[in-house]
Design a protein around this ligand. Structure first.
Ligand SMILES: [Zn+2]
Ligand SMILES: [Zn+2]
Length: 390
């Protein structure tokens, strides 16, 4: 029986109860059996057709009539962080916590599934996608590799993330790139070690490595279009050091963020040219390993416009930023947007009070005040994207 449509406070307390339970029991990466089990049981309770174990995730399908199909995605995984909060719903698992608010994302999407299953009124199919392993960029790829969009060929796919720097219950979205890609690199510089007092008998990889670190900074500042932002950070300069020995080898590691595949390949090509060229100039060699960890999250223009229109209807236009600044962090929903048109948007978690600290902080907590707002946004988005029943 519908028990939430006419009673907002009851709906809120159900979502809060789910969210707190998920928060108490955080799980990591692909090891999300308890969370996925809870999601699958709940979706079955609401009368959805449920498929478990798709790339480690759960899919619930709600169909009415023969209209188009829309995918809505939430992430279920937590982080390997020791929670410092002491409230009643703090993590019961040492060294793990929901510090990114994925507990809230899961509760909001389940809330939307509950309401839409009770209320109906649409003509089409809603595919509720609950993915594991967002934090390390593997879950979306695993679900797609396991046939997510072959089994459920949605016309468009949507996701949201809570954002502590945005006022609670406000939405930020933009057409085009909204989150950056993440690439990682490792450069192994091979020189020739020897006595610190006899440098002429060696090829010093520390001097070569230092020059490479500085030269890499010219990629963003001198080689790429300044109107297309990107970041290249060398985050590790590793040497097996002894104070009076020039080492054989230096390993540099680091991280690249950008918004277009063109920038990614320009940075990779430039990095190989600089590392190999600088090393060769000094009689050393450099081997570059460059990997793509997260795709940039690039919104379809029409889908972003739809999200802005839906959010304006639910929250009022004053609470919707339709052209927000993109974020330099990364999100593995970008891989889904490489396959399907759609939109990723941000829901303000509040800058002060509950949830006032940053994502991935040991004091983070999802703001329960936005649980029903997120569920309302999902419900309205479905109603705006699918034709009305009958
Ligand atoms: Zn995160
Ligand atoms: Zn997250």
């Amino acid at each position: 029986m519908p028990d939430t449509n006419d009673d907002p406070s009851r709906f809120r307390s159900i979502l809060t109860e789910w969210r707190h339970d998920l928060h108490r029991h955080p799980e990591l990466g692909f090891d999300v059996a308890r969370t996925a089990g809870f999601v699958a049981d709940s979706l079955r309770d609401f009368g959805l057709s449920v498929q478990e174990g798709i790339g480690g995730g759960v899919v619930g399908v709600l169909r009415r009539g023969n209209g188009p199909s829309i995918g809505l995605r939430a992430d279920m995984d937590a982080l390997a962080i020791q929670e410092e909060n002491t409230f009643g719903h703090a993590s019961t698992m040492p060294g793990r916590m929901h510090a990114c608010g994925h507990d809230g994302h899961t509760a909001m999407l389940l809330g939307a599934a509950k309401r839409l299953s009770e209320e109906g009124g649409f003509d089409g199919e809603i595919v509720f996608i609950f993915q594991p392993a967002e934090e390390h960029g593997q879950g979306a790829k695993a679900m797609m590799a396991d046939g997510l969009f072959d089994r459920y060929p949605v016309d468009a796919v949507y996701a949201l993330h809570n954002m502590p720097s945005i006022p609670a219950g406000h939405v930020a979205v933009r057409p085009g790139p909204i989150m950056a890609c993440e690439d990682n690199f490792e450069i192994v510089i091979q020189g020739k070690g020897g006595h610190a007092a006899l440098p002429h008998m060696t090829v010093d990889p520390i001097v070569v490595g230092s020059e490479i670190v500085l030269s890499l900074q010219t990629l963003a500042s001198r080689h790429l279009d300044p109107l297309e932002p990107c970041v290249l950070s060398v985050t590790d300069f590793h040497v097996d050091a002894t104070r009076n020995v020039i080492p054989d080898k230096v390993v540099l590691r680091g991280d690249v963020r950008a918004f277009t595949p063109r920038q990614q390949s320009a940075i990779e090509d430039g990095m190989r040219r600089i590392a190999e060229g600088v090393a060769a100039a000094h009689g050393a060699s450099a081997d570059v390993i460059y990997t793509h960890e997260f795709a940039a999250t690039i919104n379809d223009a029409a889908a972003a416009e739809q999200v802005a229109a839906t959010a304006s209807r639910v929250l009022g236009p004053d609470r919707v930023d339709k052209d927000c600044r993109p974020v330099m962090a990364s999100e593995d929903f970008g891989f889904m947007l490489e396959r399907k048109p759609g939109c990723y948007f941000l829901l303000g978690n509040g800058g002060t009070g509950p949830g006032g600290c940053g994502l991935h902080s040991p004091n983070y907590d999802f703001n329960d005040d936005i649980l029903t707002i997120g569920a309302d946004l999902w419900v309205q988005l479905v109603r705006d994207c699918l034709p009305a029943e009958g």
